[in-house]
Design a protein around this ligand. Structure first.
Ligand code: NDP
Length: 287
């Protein structure tokens, strides 16, 4: 007997981001002072250069004063931290991001900790991650928050849902699992040492995958009617961009899925701008 095909909804991150952009632009227009974003790029990683340029353009479209500080790949860790400390003191800067990855001679933790937590719009400072962990978040990492926003656009009530998060990085996997736990999901965190990923994924109502392995999550890993959030961004040999999930296989099987590109990526950038607005309120209140 043939099983009935499901109508799979495409979760359009571009469209959702455009709507938030409109609202943010209006909100920022009412501010007495222009919010400032400092973007630090160390070295010449071509992908990072594309990302920071994109962030600057989005920020400027909505009325944020965004500056890219393009620093030498041989800058010392001490000099980089001293530069961040200057930005911490600068009252016209409300948010600071350091584009990752950093060159190997620089300790990423030390640099992220140097950012004043109230200006940490990437939400990666231990204080902000700790607040997320105790269920009192202020600045939440952008990609996990983008995933949650997209998820909520198709799942009104997350309570009691089983969510499998594949990946456990500080940037995506861990904060995503914590966010979903705070939303009353039952969360399973999988990673490269997880045994029988397929069996675990098949228990999920929601799968968020952030591994960077193209097509890791196949249809056979997915329960019919599950909601799929694909964070992975992989550039294939033919230059095409793809995600962690075997997208075509999921159509007619999943309840909803984010495309790559056009899903989590655009939402991440606009979520950064939402965080900047949160940081603006925090910083202006403190002056
Ligand atoms: P990391 O490399 O830091 O983490 C990858 C995670 O995936 C690790 O926890 C790793 O496990 C796990 N993993 C790797 N292989 C497997 C496997 N075969 N089975 C199960 N788990 C596996 O990457 P990030 O978290 O920084 O990014 C993940 C992906 O998301 C990348 O493709 C990145 O480009 C993309 N990304 C997209 C963003 C967006 O805006 N859309 C933003 C940020 C990232 P272990 O810990 O055991 O090594």
């Amino acid at each position: 007997m043939k099983t009935k095909k499901m109508k799979t909804r495409l979760i359009d991150g571009k469209k959702a981001a455009a709507e938030i952009e409109k609202t943010l632009k209006q909100e920022i227009a009412s501010f007495s002072k222009k919010p400032g974003l400092a973007v630090i790029l160390v070295g010449d990683n071509p992908a990072s250069l594309i990302y920071v340029t994109h962030k600057k353009k989005t920020a400027e479209r909505i009325g944020i004063d965004a500056q890219i500080y393009h620093l030498s790949p041989v800058i010392t860790q001490d000099a980089l931290i001293a530069f961040i400390e200057e930005l911490n003191q600068n009252a016209s800067v409300h948010g600071i991001i350091v584009q990752l990855p950093l060159p190997a001679h620089i300790n990423e933790n030390a640099v992220l900790e140097a950012i004043c937590p109230e200006k940490d719009v990437d939400g990666l400072h231990p204080q902000n991650l700790g607040r997320l962990f105790i269920g009192q978040p202020t600045l939440i990492p952008c990609t996990p928050l983008a995933c949650l926003t997209l998820l909520k656009s198709v799942c009104k009530n997350l309570t009691g849902k089983t969510a499998v998060v594949v990946g456990r990085s500080r940037l995506v996997g861990k904060p995503t699992a914590q966010l979903l736990l705070n939303e009353q999901c039952t969360v399973i965190q999988a990673h490269s040492k997880t045994k029988n990923l397929k069996k675990i994924c098949r228990t999920a109502d929601i799968i968020v995958s952030a591994t960077g392995h193209a097509g890791l999550i196949r249809k056979s890993y997915v329960k019919k009617g599950a909601v799929l959030i694909d964070v992975g961004i992989i550039r294939l040999a033919d230059k095409k961009i793809t995600g962690d999930m075997a997208f075509d296989e999921m159509i007619g099987h999943a309840k909803a899925i984010t495309p790559v590109p056009g899903g989590v990526g655009p939402m991440t950038v606009i979520t950064l701008m939402q965080n900047l607005v949160t940081a603006y309120y925090q910083n202006e209140k403190n002056i």
